[in-house]
Design a protein around this ligand. Structure first.
Ligand SMILES: Cc1ncc(C[n+]2csc(CCOP(=O)(O)OP(=O)(O)O)c2C)c(N)n1
Ligand SMILES: [Mg+2]
Length: 887
């Protein structure tokens, strides 16, 4: 709709617009929230009337909270500043000193220098160490800011000087200080590993969600507890950082606060040199439904803004991109005057009474405690969704010539002059020589600043970070509880997946631990047959089920409940892994020993979210990763991207992960039972990776006395009819092929073989390595024997090992089985075809196992070579086919 207005009408209209704005200003002056309501009512009205109202996601480049809405700062600014200066110095001294005595040892100072005030306002006024008898706030620190967190523990008296001197010297006498937050290395201190960019923010979102899950399921008393995640602006480039933010808004996580340290730089240079990262993030977070609070300019800018009636100052800021802002902070006050204010005579006039020095010191919001306090306070009070605070800071703040330089991230040391200038700027009372050496400085415990600091922490319930694990009263169900699965399937053909789901359902009914089970699934519940579990315990949905499911009359309908037990994550393996992490560490963080079972497509596990698994292990996480649709040839039809033949190679790299490849449900049951006992009753910091297959076959009953073998990695499953000259190893579903091969070998070729079920190559190898190490270090003592060899005993002949995984798994035992071992496995890309063809292609079917056995016997002179060659033909083996590993 266009309307032609004549000149007079135009003027009239202009006046009307001014009147409207004035009226609006009046409302806002009284109550900004009413202003917001008015605007949204108008927008709604406009939409009803068909007037296009494109909504803008970004606001002008200034602070979200206007000056007149700020509350006064409640703390003692002078003492807090003093403490902060001491923290800055000691963090710097620690990194600097360490690099002086041990060149190249590394460390970071510029991240903390930009973050210090943001953390200090939290430590002094917000971060609670407990809520009565309940755990306190959770803080995800920027990993590279660790030196500052250590410096605080030093001032608090938690660390002594010797401890600081062991920063990045973890292998010396005094307990070390790890480079970054690692609960594995500092189990009394750090809670959350964050240093791999993106992992912290993602885990924080799911932590906040899991907290609500525990509350909604009556496992945790609701409190005002918050999850605070501090992240870098560069870190937001990681898909992990932003990929799950919509969950925060969708589930109304007002217990979640992100603080993005927008120092405009990452490692190499500016985050968005040609744009403004704060604008970009504002749009992204607001679009996802977050409450966004920008903290751009410090209080000393307020007066300038108040005097600038034309809006020119704001306009000038909006003409600048982050590359400009970075340059302004890297240069001096005169440069700022001429290049920023100098563009417009009116702006030069605005700052004419300020010296260059004063211009240089005009603070950014993220260095102003009053602005930060107001932002945090509003974030705490915000209801109905998460908040992100976008705080503008200076990277390398106070580091003289290093400040805001592209290379500042990697700065480890200052020059002597730089150090002298630093102690002068922050008024650290140490002699210049001591400054140059990077001497620490901690005032007397009864000094006003330390007394103040301690009083603030007392008020907030104690020190942070800290990690405490209490002994929990937990009794694992005994193996008798698993009787049904130990006795086999009565000839009914079932898969290990089906067996597992029925074990899971049974566990959830256990009166003692049932509630603690946390099933997690990324939109694959039906693939694993979870429908019955969905009906049994419901899917967690904080708002319940607002609709009537179309299948409500059916036996197994889709059930969402506010206290539902299953975490149905949707299609996000990373999000599911974050839930697994929150649930698997709840024993420490909430003192609730929840037991997560994360069931997923094994192909989309370790190789997709491997870094998160590593962080999970670092966190001392417990629980069960259940790799479903396992195996390169058992997962039929789906092809190259779906068929997993290598997750065990990856899982074997995680030191606390125990991996099992069970072929029978009783094996799986034994591992799960023992796992619950070891992790939760014994308190061992380990977790499990167990594969589940979807091939159906009759599950036998458990033979007598095989439990130890199952857990340690192998046991004899089926002895040969008469004395064996060959040993066959089988794992997972390929165990069936191995049993068939045993049969063919005996009946057709007169070769007798024992069959062994190998449940864990990883565990067998770890045991053998540990024994070997002991033998190496104790040459004068009687040699010990690895379990693998003890179990084999005097079993004769070559060993042919076959599994649905890569050959490197059995090959990892070759140091202890020299020349005896022949491995068959599924190296190479998968194909879409059926099991029979896949197993033939990858040479892991019964025929291939028979062929490999005869061939090995022939090489050893125990079977006629010609006969072996002929057997290949009889068995239908394509001896000249291209190697599947290469096709
Ligand atoms: C996944 C991952 N990739 C790369 C790195 C290496 N790295 C460490 S810090 C850093 C830059 C961080 O920039 P930003 O997030 O802006 O934090 P700042 O130090 O500026 O506060 C990089 C690339 C890492 N730690 N993790
Ligand atoms: Mg940055």
């Amino acid at each position: 709709m266009t309307t032609k207005l004549d000149e007079a009408a135009k003027q009239d209209f202009k006046a009307e617009v001014s009147e409207w704005i004035e009226a609006f200003d009046d409302v806002v002056a009284q109550d900004w929230e009413q202003g917001a309501e008015l605007l949204s009512a108008l927008r709604r009205r406009a939409r009803e009337a068909g007037v296009p109202t494109p909504s803008e996601l970004t606001t002008p480049y200034h602070n979200t909270i206007p000056k007149h809405d700020e509350v006064p700062y409640p703390g003692d600014r002078k003492l807090e500043k003093r403490v902060e200066s001491l923290l800055r110095w000691n963090a710097m001294a620690m990194v600097h000193g360490q690099n002086k005595k041990d060149p190249g040892i590394g460390g970071h100072i510029s991240t903390y220098s930009s973050l210090a005030t943001l953390l200090e306002v939290g430590f002094n006024h917000f971060f609670r160490a407990n809520y009565g008898d309940q755990p306190g706030d959770f803080i995800y620190f920027q990993g590279h800011a660790s030196p500052g967190v250590y410096a605080r523990a030093y001032l608090e008296g938690r660390f002594d000087e010797a401890r600081l001197k062991n920063f990045r010297h973890e292998l010396r006498d005094t307990p070390g200080l790890s480079s970054y937050p690692h609960p594995w290395l500092m189990p009394d201190f750090w809670n959350f590993p964050t240093v791999s960019m993106g992992i912290g923010p993602l885990n924080a979102i799911y932590q906040a969600r899991f907290m609500r899950y525990l509350e909604n399921r009556d496992l945790l008393k609701p409190t005002e507890r918050k999850v605070w995640a501090f992240l870098g602006d560069g870190e937001t480039d990681e898909v992990d950082s932003l990929g799950a933010i919509s969950l925060g808004a969708r589930e109304k996580l007002d217990n979640l606060i992100f603080v993005v340290n927008c120092n405009l730089q990452r490692l190499d240079g500016p985050v968005r040199g040609n744009k403004r990262i704060i604008d970009e993030l504002e749009g992204v977070f607001r679009g996802a439904g977050w409450n966004v609070i920008k903290v751009i300019w410090g209080s000393d800018w307020d007066a300038l803004f108040e005097r600038d009636h034309t809006g020119l100052l704001l306009r000038r800021m909006e003409e600048c991109v982050d590359g400009d802002f970075q340059t302004f902070k890297a240069k001096d006050g005169a440069f700022l005057r001429s290049h920023f204010f100098g563009k417009y005579p009116e702006l030069l006039e605005l700052v004419k009474d300020k010296t260059d020095e004063e211009l240089l010191r005009l603070h950014r919001g993220g260095h102003d405690p009053a602005k930060i306090y107001n932002a945090y306070k509003r974030a705490m009070e915000h209801k109905g969704g998460p908040t992100v605070i976008l705080a503008k800071t200076v990277k390398g703040y106070g580091m003289g010539t290093s400040q805001s330089r592209n290379a500042t991230h990697n700065e480890k040391k200052l020059t002597d002059e730089g150090l002298a200038a630093f102690v002068k700027q922050f008024d650290i009372p140490i002699p210049e020589d001591a400054a140059k050496d990077g001497s620490f400085y901690r005032p007397a415990a009864d000094s006003p600043e330390l007394q103040y600091m301690q009083a603030r922490r007392r008020e907030l319930g104690g020190y942070l970070p800290k990690r405490e694990v209490s002994k929990l009263d937990f009794k694992a169900p005994g193996l008798d509880q698993f009787g049904e699965w130990i006795r086999g399937s009565n000839n009914r053909a079932v898969s290990t997946t089906m067996g597992f789901v029925s074990i899971l359902r049974h566990l959830m009914k256990d009166p003692a631990i049932g509630k603690l089970i946390v099933p997690i699934v990324p939109d694959e519940g039906r693939t694993f047959g979870l429908e019955s579990a969905i009906k049994q315990v419901g899917i967690y949905a904080p708002e319940g089920q607002k609709y009537e499911p179309h299948d409500k009359d059916m036996l197994l309908s889709y059930r969402e409940e506010q206290d539902g037990q299953i975490l149905e994550e949707g299609i996000t393996e990373a999000g599911s892994m974050a839930s697994f992490t929150a649930a698997g560490t709840a024993y420490a963080n909430y003192k609730v020993p929840s037991i997560p079972f994360y069931m997923y497509y094994s192909m989309f596990g370790f190789q997709r979210i491997g870094d998160m698994v590593w962080a999970f292990a670092d966190s001392r996480g417990k629980g069960f990763l259940m790799g479903g649709t396992a195996g390169r040839t058992t997962m039929l039809g789906e092809g190259l991207q779906h068929q997993d033949g290598h997750s065990f190679v990856l899982s074997s790299t995680v030191p606390t992960c125990l991996s099992y490849d069970p072929g029978y449900v009783y094996e799986l049951a034994v591992v799960v039972q023992d796992g619950i006992r070891r992790m939760y009753e014994n308190g061992e910091d380990i977790f499990y990776y167990i594969t589940m297959y979807n091939e159906d076959y009759a599950m036998p009953a458990m033979p007598e006395g095989v439990e130890e073998g199952i857990l340690r990695g192998m046991y004899k499953l089926k002895a040969a009819a008469s004395e064996a000259t060959v040993q066959l190893f089988g794992s997972g579903t390929i165990l069936n092929e191995v049993l068939r091969a045993q049969e063919i070998l005996g009946t057709k070729y007169g070769v007798h073989a024992d069959v062994w079920s190998v449940t864990s190559y990883t565990e067998l190898r770890r045991d053998a390595l540990a024994v070997e190490r002991w033998n190496r270090l104790h040459p004068a003592e009687k040699e010990r024997v690895p379990y693998l060899l003890t179990a084999l005993g005097d079993a004769k002949g070559p060993i042919i090992a076959a599994s649905d995984y890569m050959k490197s798994m059995p090959d990892s035992l070759s140091p202890w089985l020299p020349s005896r071992l022949v491995t068959l496995g599924t190296d190479g890309f998968g194909r879409s075809d059926n099991r029979e063809h896949l197993r033939s292609h990858f040479e892991v079917d019964a025929q291939s196992i028979v062929g490999a056995t005869l061939s090995k016997l022939a090489r050893e002179g125990k079977f006629k070579a010609k006969a072996a060659q002929k057997a290949m033909e009889e068995l239908g083996l394509k001896v000249d086919a291209v190697d599947p590993a290469k096709t």
